[in-house]
Design a binder for this molecule. Structure first.
Ligand code: SF4
Length: 661
């Protein structure tokens, strides 16, 4: 529905403040109090509300927004209990919801927005929004405002719609005014909207700007930050968590005989829920999970898109790992329904995650709308020490650059001799964790190693054609976020700690600390896998440590379970052919088939109680993400070393031989 030209609060409707004090939230939900923004400070409000808290994975088993919204905010847990019981948001008669900084960080799931919209929320108020989440709000017709505007609304003022569209590019303003992406697309189809054409003159460009300029419709050759563009999309993918909703939306909007453009450029994956049948917590949802699987098969058959379904319940691998192996080319513009789509940037492509509405729209039309983001560049120099990996580099960047919001909504570019010293798998870790930085995406500069890696994965590929598609930054290109030199030789093993979520310190990937600073932290689980840490080089890191331990006569520490999970079947095959699996088994580790598993709380390796401590190589430690326990993030080397010592330990070459000497 189109929003009115002036916006005011509806008499009788309420405003919900997500305060750091959980009791205040409870009182609002029970209808005992109504708060005023003028009596509160932004610091009183919850920051970093992540999409897992808004709609935890199990809530997304319902693909119809009207169903899943009944469990809005089911992931906000205090003292082991849901803060929002079923229907609490819907029954509260709220039309505005208010929080602090960085609303909607984490997974790109659009269900987080849908849960609010289908509960009656018309305006989301926050000091800042994570970029993908903000895009989802816009696409679903949810207005966004700041606290200042809320004070005026609560004082009875009517605010012109232009204030809600201010600061957005001209195309996004049109989407907001139409009430969301589908109404906008239909108005466009009916010829009711004239799209602005960018007129940017010749200028030096960053890698991201170059890729967008190449894909732009309308004849221009140059772009700059803030330009609104219509761009062709080279390819994309969905997985069984998201495909059903896309099928549902397309049927609703365009009828049951809808078509998609270029089906061979788009794919479906079965990876996220591959272990669901074996997880006790998932048993109540198996009917819904099977429905999601079936709807994905229906979508694939209906559209004829590429099929990466499981065979005999074995997944081909995690979508992002398989996509970089077989789908993403240098210079591509890729869109997929998952926040770690940015991992495709390792192949010198531009890739980011989008919500289901945006994806449904772009597979239907073949193009999408983007605003050119600013860029930030990390010029890597030097070489990593032998006990440090790209994961430590990202934990360093998360702490020193993402926490102070320098990477927020920017395109991260990785360049320099330090990048060239890293393997493609290590570079993939850099690109993968751009989303934890709340960045738009990341792009890694290509070199011969890039083409060699792609050619090894795709025999017969035309390497010259790939080489011609690569982009490098122009001399003089502008980086609003700055160019930052990082000396790899100075990085030391790091962790991200789980914070203290019950007291307002969220478990967050930006909670960086040096391993040597954290004292003695005993662990119960070591998890080695995921898209960011299930690549061949990650498995080689785990193996390096495990081999030293086995050679020293050690096994996984008493009381610790060590899970190792492959990122794809190609990774598994490499490990099998090179004897890695034998070492893992001799060490006492549990080796798992490819898939997302514990990373999404849906497979072996999740914690079972709040007291359990996990050291994990995955990319995010949001509360509840991988069970109720405390989740520490670390590098593959640190995870493996900790599995054998029983407490969080940075790896030192020869450490077990020394212990045993
Ligand atoms: S491994 Fe984890 S982070 Fe990666 S795609 Fe799967 S659920 Fe997402």
């Amino acid at each position: 529905m189109k929003p009115p030209s002036t916006v005011r609060l509806t008499p009788g409707k309420r405003v919900l403040f997500l305060t750091k004090d959980p009791e205040l939230i409870r009182k609002q939900l029970r209808g005992e109090i109504d708060l005023q923004m003028k009596d509160l400070r932004v610091e009183d409000l919850l920051d970093d509300i992540n999409t897992d808290a808004m709609t935890p994975a199990w809530v997304c088993f319902d693909h119809r927004p009207e169903d899943l919204s009944r469990n809005a905010y089911a992931g906000l847990i205090v003292d082991g209990k849901r803060l929002f019981e079923q229907d609490a948001l819907r029954n509260g008669n709220f039309e505005v919801i208010v929080s602090g900084y960085r609303k909607g960080v984490g997974s790109s799931r659009e269900t987080a927005t849908q849960a609010e919209v289908w509960s009656g929320i018309k305006i989301a108020v926050a000091a800042s929004f994570a970029p993908i989440h903000a895009g989802n709000d816009i696409n679903q017709g949810l207005l966004m405002a700041n606290h200042e505007m809320l004070i005026r609304l609560q004082a009875g003022e009517s605010i012109p719609l232009e204030e809600f569209t201010r600061g957005y590019d001209p195309i996004t303003q049109l989407v907001i005014k139409e009430g969301g992406l589908f109404p906008f697309a239909k108005a466009l189809e009916r010829g009711e909207i004239d799209l602005p054409v960018p007129t940017t003159q010749k200028r030096p460009m960053t890698m991201g700007e170059k890729i967008l300029a190449r894909h732009m419709r309308g004849g221009g050759k140059y772009v700059k930050p803030g330009d609104a563009l219509v761009v062709d999309v080279d390819g994309g993918y969905t997985h069984e968590f998201t495909t059903a909703q896309i099928h549902y939306f397309l049927q609703q909007e365009y009828g049951s005989d809808y078509k998609i453009k270029n089906p061979q450029k788009f794919a479906v994956f079965e990876d996220h829920l591959i272990y669901a049948d074996d997880v006790a917590r998932m048993r109540p949802f198996l009917d819904k999970i099977n429905a999601l699987r079936q709807l994905q098969r229906d979508f694939q058959e209906h559209t004829g898109c590429r099929d990466f379904s499981a065979t005999d319940n074995i997944s081909p691998g995690i979508c992002h790992e398989v996509a970089r192996e077989y789908i993403v080319d240098p210079g591509d513009f890729i869109q997929a329904t998952d926040s770690h789509t940015c991992m495709g940037g390792v192949n010198n492509a531009m890739a980011w995650g989008v919500g289901t509405t945006e994806y449904a729209n772009l597979v239907h039309s073949g193009f999408t709308m983007v605003e050119v983001s600013e860029s930030i560049r990390f010029e890597l120099v030097g070489h990593l020490k032998e006990n440090v990996t790209a994961k430590d580099v990202m934990l360093h960047i998360l702490l020193h650059y993402a926490k102070p919001q320098m990477t927020l909504d920017r395109i991260i570019e990785f360049t320099g001799p330090g990048v060239r010293s890293l393997s493609l798998d290590e570079r993939a870790t850099l690109a993968n964790m751009a989303t934890e930085c709340s960045a738009r995406t990341a792009i890694v500069e290509a070199d011969e190693k890039t083409f060699e890696w792609i050619a090894a994965m795709r025999p017969g590929v035309d390497v010259d054609a790939l080489r011609k598609r690569t982009v490098s930054p122009d001399p003089g290109a502008e980086y609003a976020g700055g160019v930052h030199v990082i000396d790899l030789s100075k990085i030391r093993p790091m962790v991200a700690h789980p914070g203290n979520p019950d007291h307002g310190i969220p478990s967050d990937p930006t909670n960086g600390a040096l391993v040597e600073e954290i004292g003695d932290v005993k662990i119960d689980i070591a998890y080695a896998g995921s898209c960011t840490a299930g690549k061949v080089d990650d498995l080689l890191f785990y193996h390096q440590v495990a081999k030293e331990a086995v050679d020293a006569g050690l096994k996984v520490a008493d009381g610790v379970t060590f899970f190792i999970q492959f990122g794809s079947q190609a990774v598994e095959q490499f490990c099998r052919e090179n004897g890695l699996i034998d070492t893992f088994e001799r060490a006492g580790a549990i080796v798992l088939n490819p898939g997302c598993g514990a990373c999404i709380g849906c497979g072996p390796g999740v914690s079972e109680s709040g007291e359990q401590v996990t050291i994990s190589a995955i990319n995010r430690n949001y509360k509840g993400r991988s069970g109720p326990g405390k989740l520490w993030l670390a590098s593959p080397l640190t995870v493996a070393a900790s599995a054998f010592t029983g407490h969080i330990t940075a790896y030192t070459p020869g450490m077990f031989a020394l212990v045993h000497a």
